[in-house]
Design a protein around this ligand. Structure first.
Ligand SMILES: Nc1ncnc2c1ncn2[C@@H]1O[C@H](COP(=O)(O)OP(=O)(O)OP(=O)(O)O)[C@@H](O)[C@H]1O
Length: 327
């Protein structure tokens, strides 16, 4: 028997680690674009899942934005069905124009369709092919836009999306490995032209910035950026726990007691205010650093200023030593 190619073994091990412990008999669904990362993931899942008593399936979303996209999704699905993935399904979505550009709209439509599919098939996990290189790019982009620790923490290995667990089994695997795994298995991945289009910041980071960083600082850069994300994520989780306890302690019937907030470290206090604003109904996407700073000024730089306006038409004011929702 031919020896197993190391990249294939590496991708399979990563998938095994991610899927171990899921309930036997359950369906796990791979989100596959046909690109090297998600194709390697799908092939590994087709191999590993049945050995763990799980049922592997695949869904490929056709955004309808490029010529031939429906044919490509159909090819992925045909390959998947032959590889034993069931369901193997293509789903078309309509991408509406919206602020943030077509990429943002496509991502939103894609995740909505993927979650619907996962629900329909009662999947216990939806798997995406994000790699260590994607993580490094995410960290660099977050650093450049001043996103703070929440951005620098990058993508988690696991999160919930509208009640569906989303897993990223390849977050510790390099992109080179997924390409090599596809080659070793005789699979021909599709190369998304968007991934090389310099109009997109991520494509510029991928093709210009990261290779330059590797050239200047050495090959460890990608792994080190991904490790930074993991370390920041741990610290951020600890600060979030402290903030949750501080928020509970600051609550009064109609808002928050300023005296309970004043002496908190800024990193905890701003988290308390962010979490409270979210509770009041401000959407995470619309709530900016500027809003949180304005709330913080009601606590730490109080000179009788007027209310703070938050996204969603919310209005917070300070009176009698409390922050309350006005109106
Ligand atoms: N059209 C799609 N249908 C289904 N899943 C998708 C689609 N596009 C992206 N995904 C999922 O989201 C992940 C990240 O996609 P993205 O395009 O950001 O990265 P990528 O590095 O180009 O990945 P890939 O090489 O798998 O296309 C993919 O690995 C895949 O799991």
């Amino acid at each position: 028997m031919a020896a197993l190619a190391p990249p294939v073994a590496e991708v399979r091990s990563a998938v095994r680690r991610s899927l171990t412990g899921l309930p036997a008999g359950a369906t796990v669904l791979v989100a596959c674009s046909g690109g090297a990362d998600s194709l390697a993931l799908a092939a590994a899942t087709a191999f590993v899942a049945p050995r763990l008593g799980l049922r592997p399936g695949l869904v490929s979303v056709d955004h309808g934005l490029q010529p031939g996209s429906a044919g490509r999704a159909a090819e992925v699905v045909k390959w998947a069905a032959d590889a034993g993935l069931d369901p193997a399904q293509a789903v078309g979505v309509t991408v509406a124009g919206r602020p943030g550009g077509p990429e943002a709209a496509a991502r939103e439509a894609r995740y909505r369709a993927l979650v619907e599919c996962a629900r329909e098939h009662r999947a216990v996990a939806l798997l995406t092919g994000h790699t260590r290189d994607d993580q490094a790019e995410t960290v660099l982009l977050a650093l450049a836009r001043g996103a703070g620790p929440r951005g620098l923490a990058g993508m988690p290995q696991r999160r919930e999306l509208s009640g569906v667990p989303l897993l990223r089994p390849l977050l510790d695997v390099g992109r080179e490995q997924t390409r090599a795994a596809c080659a070793a298995l005789g699979l021909t991945p599709w190369d998304d032209p968007h991934n090389t289009d310099p109009a997109y910041a991520r494509a510029r980071v991928r093709h210009d910035l990261l290779p330059e960083l590797v050239r200047v600082l050495g090959r460890g850069v990608v792994t080190n950026l991904a490790r930074t994300a993991r370390l920041v994520a741990e610290d951020t989780a600890a600060l979030d726990d402290l903030a949750a306890a501080a928020l509970a302690a600051a609550r009064v019937a109609d808002g928050l007691a300023v005296a309970a907030l004043t002496d908190l470290p800024p990193a905890v206090r701003t988290r308390v205010l962010h979490a409270w604003a979210r509770e009041l109904g401000a959407s995470a996407a619309a709530l900016s650093y500027r809003h949180v700073l304005a709330l913080d000024a009601l606590v730490t730089a109080w000179h009788g200023q007027g209310p703070v306006h938050l996204p969603g038409g919310l209005c917070v004011s300070r009176s009698a030593g409390r922050l309350t929702l006005a109106g």
